[in-house]
Write a protein that binds this ligand. Structure first.
Ligand SMILES: Cc1cc2nc3c(=O)[nH]c(=O)nc-3n(C[C@H](O)[C@H](O)[C@H](O)COP(=O)(O)O)c2cc1C
Length: 411
């Protein structure tokens, strides 16, 4: 049940099964260091009762950010601030993982017009540049960057890292036969397409201490014609287990197919709305012996408890309710709350809205929660969406100004 502790393969004990999944906070400063708002947000979440917190997208390469406001853990980071972040995240008894990522071709164009990717295939969305197909030396540099970030995160007090191999970022795109059209040792067979993710995991695992958690977020499928599919996902999970990961988190989709953030209508049954990747996770669960975390749609305690007792998952990953009610785990674990907030269900279907509007509304709420301590649930959907687009524009300008030396880092 969600209140039970879980011992990971490396011996770390998580006090319960509720995990705050990664949500890109965009609360880094122009030098990509944690701001006081980001640190306060993690202290808040830690006291909210979850057993494990995972930071939002934490790029290993400043030229391959997912958002100008990402915080980065590398040699140029202010490690005092990174340490403060880790300590705030642990202050309430949660464990904390940094979600290490390389955005690949999903790096916004104004951050990098020619990002490294697995091929030169461009993302089919506006705002993304023309990628350069990586050479073997680039892949080796990527592996080294993941390893360096993991070591720095360890020295800053993080309990572990989650390597982001889902949602269409570099490691995920390498897995996809649709995007990875290479004919060298990094493309073709599944073995070759999985080489980058495996090499990253192997190098990180070898570098960190045995008690440091190394997890991976993997797509159950890209949900794209000719893309990384469910059968391949099961096989990659087995390969990752062999590399010594402590758990695998299952999600799905890419920027082009944003299935990770489904918001299904009220007319669907609770089972269909909740745990929408559980069905896919079943085959993975039976193929591996390490713990599994499934993320996406979980809201009801009864659904979470039965997913665990039925052996479908070991950890329950939850995102959006941590924005709208950051301390919901405490209430749920004490029996006061049966259903976490389901704000997303009140919005109209995505195909009737501007692209990304619901996600942007949540991103805007995340900023408000960090900066003011409370979300504003009365904020109209389009206002939140537009406010967030303005925030992206101003943070990107600040980042570019800082890069040109026009703005002091840390402002
Ligand atoms: C505002 C926001 C930002 C997100 N950022 C990330 C991210 O940085 N990395 C990631 O792996 N998933 C990210 N996600 C996906 C969540 O981790 C989660 O998979 C998704 O929200 C589905 O879970 P939920 O239905 O409980 O919200 C984000 C989701 C939201 C709403």
């Amino acid at each position: 049940m969600i209140a039970d502790s879980l011992t990971l393969p490396n011996g770390t004990i998580l006090k319960n099964r509720i995990v705050k999944s990664a949500m890109s906070e965009a609360l880094g400063d122009a030098g990509n260091n944690p701001t006081p708002a980001l640190i306060a947000l993690f202290a808040r979440w830690s006291s909210g009762g979850a057993g494990l917190l995972i930071t939002g997208n934490t790029p290993v390469d400043r030229m391959h950010l997912e958002h100008a406001g990402n915080f980065v853990v590398d040699g140029a980071s202010d490690l005092t601030l990174v340490r403060e972040l880790a300590s705030a995240a642990k202050s309430g008894g949660a464990k904390i993982l940094a979600q290490l990522a390389h955005a690949g071709r999903q790096t916004p164009e104004n951050i990098n017009p020619h990002p490294i990717s697995v091929s030169d295939q461009r993302l089919d969305l506006p705002g993304y540049g023309e990628p350069k197909a990586a050479q073997t030396t680039d892949f080796k540099a990527v592996v080294a960057k993941f390893t360096d970030s993991a070591l720095l995160a360890q020295s800053a007090g993080f309990d572990g890292v989650e390597i982001h191999a889902a949602h269409g970022y570099l490691l995920s795109s390498a897995l996809s036969p649709r995007i990875n059209t290479r004919q060298d040792e990094w493309g073709g067979s599944l073995e070759n397409r999985a080489r980058l993710a495996r090499n990253v995991v192997r190098a990180v695992r070898a570098a960190v201490r045995p008690g440091f958690i190394v997890a991976v977020k993997l797509n159950s499928s890209d949900f794209q014609k000719g893309g990384f599919d469910h059968k391949e996902s099961v096989k990659v999970a087995v390969m990752l287990e062999a590399e010594g990961v402590d758990f695998i988190e299952i999600s799905g989709g890419t920027f082009e197919t944003p299935t990770a953030y489904q918001h299904t209508s009220r007319s669907q049954s609770t089972a269909a709305r909740e745990g929408y990747f559980l069905h896919y996770a079943a085959a993975i669960k039976s193929a591996i012996n390490i713990p599994l975390m499934v993320t996406g749609g979980f809201r009801s305690k009864s659904v979470m408890d039965s997913a665990i007792t039925d052996g479908k998952t070991d950890l329950i990953g939850i995102g959006r309710p941590f924005i709208t009610q950051p301390d919901f785990p405490n209430e749920m674990l004490s029996g006061q709350l049966e259903v976490a907030p389901t704000v997303e269900r009140d919005f109209p279907p995505s195909d009737t809205l501007p692209r990304g509007a619901v996600l942007n509304w949540f991103c805007c709420q995340l900023t408000l929660l960090g900066e003011t301590g409370t979300a504003d649930l009365n904020l109209p959907l389009i206002d939140g969406h537009e406010r967030y687009l303005e925030k992206i524009e101003s943070q990107t300008k600040q980042l570019l100004d800082a890069r040109r030396g026009l703005l002091p880092l840390g402002s």
